[in-house]
Design a protein around this ligand. Sequence first.
Ligand SMILES: O=C(O)CCC(=O)C1=CC=C[C@@H](O)[C@@H]1C(=O)O
Ligand SMILES: [Mg+2]
Length: 374
Amino acid sequence: MSHLQPIQLKEVTLHKLMMRLKSPFSTSFGTFQDKEFFVIEAVGESGLIGWGESVAFSSPWYTEETFKTNEHMLEDFLIPLLLENPVNHPDEVSERFLPIRRNNMAKAALEGAVWDLYSKQLGIPLAKALGGTKKEIDVGISIGVQDTMNDLIQLIEGYLEEGYKRIKVKIKPGWDVEVIKELRRNFPSLPFMADANSAYTLKDIELLKQLDEYNLLMIEQPLAYDDIVDHAILQKELKTPICLDESILSFEDARKAIELGSCQIINIKIGRVGGLSEAKKIHDYCKQKGIAVWCGGMLEAGIGRAHNIALTTLDQFILPGDTAGSSRYWERDIIDPEVTVHNGQIVVPDTSGIGYEVNREVLRSYTIETKTFS
Ligand SMILES: O=C(O)CCC(=O)C1=CC=C[C@@H](O)[C@@H]1C(=O)O
Ligand SMILES: [Mg+2]
């Protein structure tokens, strides 16, 4: 089909899902195991279907959005705006959403479905539609805070046996320097990094400097979730590269952070920045500026995971991301085939769109409610 064909949605269905993680995930903010989210099914005029997934959690500890704010924004603002008129390209979706402030995860969920539909209309993989070229991508694994050091070491050993080559651990006050020191002692050459999810302030500068001894790949979001100024001060004091996650909600945020020297690396999460088009803009800018990027995770199910895989095929994604295999999270993922990791790599699907089929039966088994808008 011609790429000039506009994308007109006929109807959009919100599937409200509840999926239980195989094991609880703990951060500096607390622990959770049940994930509520939306799968978005966008049906085009042609009958082709685009899929999206909302990544906000049930409570607003990571960003201000929640599963329920996503529902409100999608139902009352975003879906009606998109049903109104066609778009010629998925990049126009974020322009259409400009009158609505933030709510990036809600926007990204719907925009992701449009990107999938667009690439299916063209009959090409989403990765290719985005301009990605990699045939396989390198991935690592992110491990939540554990009860004991022993638990953490055992988990890491298990994941290394599965072939993961980069490990990310969570740190928080009281679970930091000693943990990192112990890990480095146990795994002298392991590429690993620490994510603080904003658990520190500049008062902790001496403590954070101690981490320089352990050759971390990076320290992710040590300071406030909305800060780029203190991070610039901290980066000047640290040898370890700072990676920003929570602080970067848009291309403009990325530009300013790089300008200030607040980080050397950016974790790009599609949901956090409002969609694939914005993610690509940040990627392109980072490439121009020589800033490494990698794809973060939000404990996604298969559809969100597939979008992450497609994005990671862009060439500035030079560091392994958090997109682990389906089995790290779920007893049964909602896609066929499930995402598998061999030797720390995922083979990028080469069929059209996200490249995985949604398994309707599995989808139904996790569904609490569905609503259709036309
Ligand atoms: O496996 C994944 O999807 C990555 C999980 C992960 O590390 C995170 C998910 C969501 C919020 C955070 O705790 C953390 C992160 O900040 O990157
Ligand atoms: Mg993070």
